[in-house]
Design a protein. Structure first.
Length: 243
């Protein structure tokens, strides 16, 4: 074949290839300029081990936040349970005392109301207090006689017995004081009726009737209760009253 013909064919193929390459370049340029085009919208897909830095940091931060919250809560609980803390451990005695006070009533307010109710209310409170003293004495007597096998009236035993009585008075007597005031307020109308009955029967003044009530209730009644209580405790303990 003639060299001229071969050269012409090769030149035609080169021209077509150049034209095709130019068209491809033009299409790539248009795609890059177009908004949302394939070249701009399709970043290279991440590999299997690819994780964005924010995604890797977030779980650690979340776990750290939860762990920090747990540590803060634990520190708060420890501070509350410590003797000097302000949490539930330190506030437990105050809550118990508040419940006891709410159950038995406010002592100061009750005493003020008792005084405002007059002399009959104070007479009622005195009778309740004497009854409380008798009960504490009997309890102390039983405790002392059971533990020592001796009567408090034995030689040298009176002071130890008074120590037992003081312990009961400070604990039980103190707790029961608001209750005594409340009961005395409830019994005041009964004492009023009793005083009115004495005034009617004796045809005397209220002052005389009040004195008679004090003598009968607070003196005779207390002595009688004390005598019966002593007889009862000697029977319970088996320890004679006098050595």
């Amino acid at each position: 074949m003639a060299p001229g013909i071969l050269g012409g064919r090769a030149g035609g193929r080169g021209a077509r290839a150049g034209a095709g390459g130019g068209a491809g370049a033009a299409r790539a340029a248009r795609a890059a300029r177009a908004p949302g085009g394939a070249a701009a919208a399709a970043p290279p897909p991440p590999g299997p081990s690819f994780r964005p830095p924010a995604a890797r940091a977030a779980p650690r931060g979340g776990r750290g936040g939860r762990g920090g919250a747990r540590r803060v809560a634990a520190a708060g609980d420890a501070a509350g349970g410590a003797p000097g803390g302000t949490g539930g451990g330190a506030g437990l005695p105050a809550r118990v005392a508040g419940k006891v006070k709410a159950f038995f009533g406010d002592g100061k307010a009750a005493r003020a109301k008792l005084a405002a109710m007059g002399s009959s209310a104070m007479l009622s409170y005195g009778w309740i207090s004497n009854l409380n003293a008798c009960c504490l004495t009997m309890l102390s007597w039983v405790t002392f006689a059971k533990s020592t096998g001796l009567s408090p009236l034995a030689a040298g035993q009176w002071k130890p017995f008074l120590a037992v009585y003081a312990g009961y008075y400070v604990t039980i007597g103190t707790v029961m004081r608001p209750l005594r005031i409340t009961v005395a307020m409830g019994l005041t109308p009964l004492f009023n009726r009793f005083i009115d009955g004495v005034m009617e029967r004796l045809s005397c003044s209220k002052y005389v009737a009040f004195g008679v009530t004090v003598f009968l209730a607070n003196i005779c009644g207390t002595i009688s209760l004390f005598a019966v209580g002593l007889r009862l405790v000697t029977w319970i303990t088996g320890v004679p009253l006098f050595p």
